[in-house]
Design a protein around this ligand. Structure first.
Ligand code: ADP
Ligand code: GN1
Ligand code: MG
Length: 370
């Protein structure tokens, strides 16, 4: 996992006061930015426990995006407790010195600490079909394991997170406001998005008619949100639990198609390199169906390919909206980053559209005709 390069900053000094709020073992020896997430700030802490190394993951929660952090952390605590009882390598929260699940600093920022899951890694791009299958198996199992979480319905940490119609209306509003004067530059992308407006209601319609049901889902099943064992490559833990909340299995599967059946990075500046890889799609279906057990019904199975298109489309319109609004949501590395992300997503949408029949045949082959 590459760390965001910031050689000039003394992370140890900056983070030490926050770290002091947590009962970390031994002596803090090192601290540095970590990972490639777009939302939170993630750091790895290295501690020296009488000569033995011990690592933690420290995160500053993006409270501009997650507006109710106590509710979010209540979800995560419940999910960790539930999964921890079923697996020895699940995400484990470390409570603060005051025995709270997160720490708010003097500036109002929220911080949480996890044990570092050792001997495992994440990838930003899938390396092969076996890896895609393992990731899908882990996400499918994750969903199956959460099916019996006790207590009240989990909080919606971001309301309407996968309400694609609402995402579309946000794009329409951003186009109308055009606060950065960018709408003319993205005329083609807007036309592409608007030509598919009717699709935004399909999954919501299935839910409204009771053809698919709500489950506890992860909602951000991109490939770098699952940790794979260094030695065996098996999925060991699903991470990035901020969006675990009620949702559709199709959201989770679709997001996997977007990130693990795609031929290139989500932000590849050359969108002609982007297409769906059918053998990887096949591997995802096999892994997910195995992991989720018999949880998926025939309607869900019949929409696995379409879900990949929809989650890719949804991400594309979210990137486009953020570009129009002046890049206020996602972390960007250069001024056209969100536009390049959008173009790559739309290229993938087009490719999935051309392959929907082939994808349906693969699903039927694996599971029997829906
Ligand atoms: P974001 O919400 O910004 O995507 P994540 O929670 O996904 O943040 O964390 C970013 C990266 O940090 C992950 O992709 C993973 O590589 C690493 N990471 C997160 N949690 C752990 C953990 N408990 N153990 C090891 N690595 C982790
Ligand atoms: C964000 O946090 P991260 O990088 O795993 C986003 C997802 C998008 C993804 C696109 C809370 O995920 O919804 O699909 O970027 N998370 C949030 O790469 O908005
Ligand atoms: Mg992440």
């Amino acid at each position: 996992m590459s760390a965001a390069a910031s050689p000039a900053r003394d992370w140890w000094r900056e983070l030490a006061p926050v770290v002091a709020a947590f009962p970390v073992a031994g002596r803090l020896a090192a601290a540095a930015p970590y990972g490639n997430g777009h939302i939170n700030e993630t750091y790895v802490l290295g501690c020296d426990v009488a000569g033995a190394p011990r690592r933690y993951v420290l995160q500053k929660i993006n409270h501009r995006i997650f507006k109710n952090v106590p509710a979010l952390m209540d979800n995560i605590r419940r999910v960790c407790d539930h999964l921890g009882a079923k697996s020895s390598r699940a995400m484990r929260l470390v409570s603060t010195q005051r025995d709270e699940i997160c720490h708010q600093d003097a500036a109002g920022n929220w911080w949480r600490l996890y044990d570092f899951i050792e001997a495992a890694h994440t990838v930003d791009q899938v390396m092969g079909e076996a890896q895609a299958r393992e990731a899908a198996l882990a996400f499918g199992r994750f969903q199956a394991q959460l099916a019996d979480i006790p207590g009240a319905r989990l909080h919606e940490t971001i309301p309407d997170f996968h309400h694609t119609r609402q995402r579309f209306e946000n794009l329409r509003a951003a186009r109308a406001a055009d606060v950065r004067g960018r709408a003319a530059e993205v005329r083609d992308e807007l036309a592409f998005a608007f030509a598919r407006e009717a699709d935004t209601d399909v999954l919501l319609g299935l839910l409204a008619r009771g053809e698919v049901r709500e489950r506890i889902t992860h909602n951000d099943t991109k490939i770098n949100n699952v940790m794979l064992d260094d030695a065996t490559g098996r999925g060991v833990a699903v991470i990035d639990l901020d969006t675990v909340m009620p949702g559709l299995a199709l959201y989770d599967f679709g997001e996997m198609v977007r990130t693990a059946a795609s031929s290139t990075a989500e932000d590849d500046p050359d969108s002609s390199r982007m297409h769906v890889r059918l053998p990887f799609f096949r591997a995802l279906v096999a892994g997910y169906l195995e992991g989720a057990g018999d949880a998926l019904n025939a309607v869900e199975r019949a929409h696995l390919g379409f879900a990949g298109k929809m989650m890719t489309y949804e991400n594309g319109i979210r990137f486009l909206t953020d570009y129009l609004q002046g890049d206020t949501y996602y972390r960007i590395k250069h001024p056209h980053h969100n536009l390049e992300r959008c173009r790559a997503q739309f290229a993938l949408v087009r490719s999935i559209e051309q392959n929907l029949d082939a994808m349906a045949r693969l699903v039927a082959e694996i599971h029997g005709a829906p």
